[in-house]
Unconditional design. Sequence first.
Lengths: 187, 187
Amino acid sequence: MARKKEYLEEEVIVKAMNLFWRNGYETTSMQMLEKEMGINKFSIYSSFGNKKGVFLESLKCYKQKLNKLINQLKTSENGIAGLKQYFYDFIEFTKETEFGKGCLITNTANEIGEDADEKIKDALTKFTDDVKQVFIQILKQDKTKDNATIEQQADFLIISMFGLSSATRIFNKIQLYNYIENIFKNN
Amino acid sequence: MARKKEYLEEEVIVKAMNLFWRNGYETTSMQMLEKEMGINKFSIYSSFGNKKGVFLESLKCYKQKLNKLINQLKTSENGIAGLKQYFYDFIEFTKETEFGKGCLITNTANEIGEDADEKIKDALTKFTDDVKQVFIQILKQDKTKDNATIEQQADFLIISMFGLSSATRIFNKIQLYNYIENIFKNN
DNA sequence: CCCATAACTAAACGAGTGTTTAGTTATTAA
DNA sequence: TTAATAACTAAACACTCGTTTAGTTATGGG
């Protein structure tokens, strides 16, 4: 019927995701996205609607990437040891391609305010809740713990994870490892 | 010799600091600063040079504010218990006037990248180091600990503090208290 | 082959950014 | 009282932002 697209949306969004990951939402401009994604502004807008659309799609893309780690954790049967491994794996994940990018989700949560876009806030909340549920699932491998304890420990681990994400942007590996060891000291 | 200033720099900078604290560095515009500080752009520029100047002065101002907590910790002789109290006090500090502002230092550290302004990065690093030194001083109250242990624990506490600051923007008090209790569990 | 149509290019949009500057007002030493 | 000067007001600066749009190019069904 008409001309064909010269790019794949699932390919260019990966590049957009990496740009947002490195620079944050506000700092990443349409101009930068244009250059990094390798397509014209017109194409970006026709594929993703607007900047927010590109970002929301980038969040989905990030989630897929992180899911490899999450799935490893899900299938782990080592209880707390598996969780600890997830924390270590996460450090490598954040340092995979570049130093000090942190976690896209945490970075965004730290960047936006209360009056931020609802869809973005929802995506972040949902992401956090999903991870917490996996934590709970692993913690329940220990049948001796009651639900209240599990809930408390899951909350603690989620916040610790949140802190770790921020910390990867600033502290060195020795300090980060030391942090993880202290978190899991009494288990 | 000439006309007198109609404002006090130490007064208007407090207002600027609160604005940066609420909105972050980039999001806070000169227009917003003008309105919040109650003085004209010309006056802002003649008093502080530029936006960065206003921010650096705001950081000093924040440090003074936080010093009340730090000094309480410094004079504490309760060892770990004093540190734990500092963590609790810090939560109240971040929620003093408004919900979910976090910590200006941590917020800034999370916002800026590696290529950010050197003076700002230096100010943040110095701030963190100073707090760590106070942590070390308190930890040394326990004479049985060797220097390596103290260094490790101080690093752990600094990163935990960093995580707590971020967490205050998102998690509720029960979760935060639970986080602190878990941090200090084995002491 | 041709034309409807989707995808491309590139320029322009209005609004907002940090910063500067020309012009006015008020103060005080001489 | 006056002249020098610092502090004020407000408009303009050049630039970037996210977004739109007019014009061009390529595709494929009839």
